[in-house]
Write a protein that binds this ligand. Sequence first.
Ligand SMILES: Nc1nc2c(ncn2[C@@H]2O[C@H](COP(=O)(O)OP(=O)(O)O)[C@@H](O)[C@H]2O)c(=O)[nH]1
Ligand SMILES: [Mg+2]
Ligand SMILES: [Zn+2]
Length: 332
Amino acid sequence: MEPTSLPGLVLRIDAKVCHVEVAGRRHVLPLAGKLFEQRSLERRPLAVGDLVDVRVGEREGEGAIDAVQPRQSQLTRRSASEGEERAQVLAANLTLVVVVAAVAEPPFQPELVDGILAAAARERIPTAVVLTKIDRDRRGLAADLAGIYSAIGSRVLCTSTAPGHETPGPLAELAALLHGNRSVLCGLSGVGKSSLLNTVVPGLAQRIGSLNHIRQGRHTTAVTELIPLPGGGHVLDTPGVRNFHLFHTGSQELQFLFPEIAARLPQCGYRNCLHRDEPDCAVRAALTSGAIAATRHASYLGMLATAQQGERMGAQERGASGERRGRRGPRR
Ligand SMILES: Nc1nc2c(ncn2[C@@H]2O[C@H](COP(=O)(O)OP(=O)(O)O)[C@@H](O)[C@H]2O)c(=O)[nH]1
Ligand SMILES: [Mg+2]
Ligand SMILES: [Zn+2]
């Protein structure tokens, strides 16, 4: 009898196999078959979070992935390897992106946080910001950052999971946020993502890393895997991202990914204002009055410069493609 096709959720992708949840059960299936032969467009046609049609066999390892459903969203960053830019899809079909940043070590990086928020905004994925290690906040950084991110409409949770300093309210709220969602915890390595999950997901035996010491020979989350939550939903614990550059985002598109800029641009004097040094700019006026945070505007300018550099290189490459076809010059 022909096995029937069933809907599955991709939990984890390894070199040769992937883990797929089908009707509440995990199956390990080979990354082989028709779907994986047409590899020309994308290096890997599958991402964690993809909804797939599978046939599962009687025994472990049997079965196949027949098709991938169109994605609702894909959280994507730009990755460069061997001078070639590619889109790296962190996860597909997420319903919540939780940006995690510490107010102690490792130091807060506005452009990383703002990059993740912009990438999520681009895909219209709701976001929340979790500020961790507030037990070690000596300078009131958590309050400042909470002010900045609340002002742009983010839900901000200030947490500590340090023994004796736990913040029960915000941790309970995080648990409630994760419940029923397909979410990702995204931020630098060492900010406390795994610690948060261990605290809010009962019975989760995550490996906890440490900046200072190694427990049981390991100190980081090794794989990117969607973890089923008791009571519904999934959460992705990532090993940590060091940067988050947007993939092919135009310089005119960027302003719409910063809500506080998007809200003000109708008031700018120039129709094509990029809110950098143009006169009569409503965004810069808000910056001067303190209504827009300097760090947010700086992140925007940094991302704008990157976008414009990409556009210039794209134009150059198109112009020179006749003589240089097939050759990839070094990128500045
Ligand atoms: N003081 C303090 N340390 C924390 C907190 N959360 C995590 N840590 C420590 O920070 C280190 C990295 O934590 P981990 O959860 O592995 O971070 P991840 O890489 O983001 O998953 C570990 O040594 C944790 O014990 C916190 O709220 N307060
Ligand atoms: Mg971790
Ligand atoms: Zn402007």
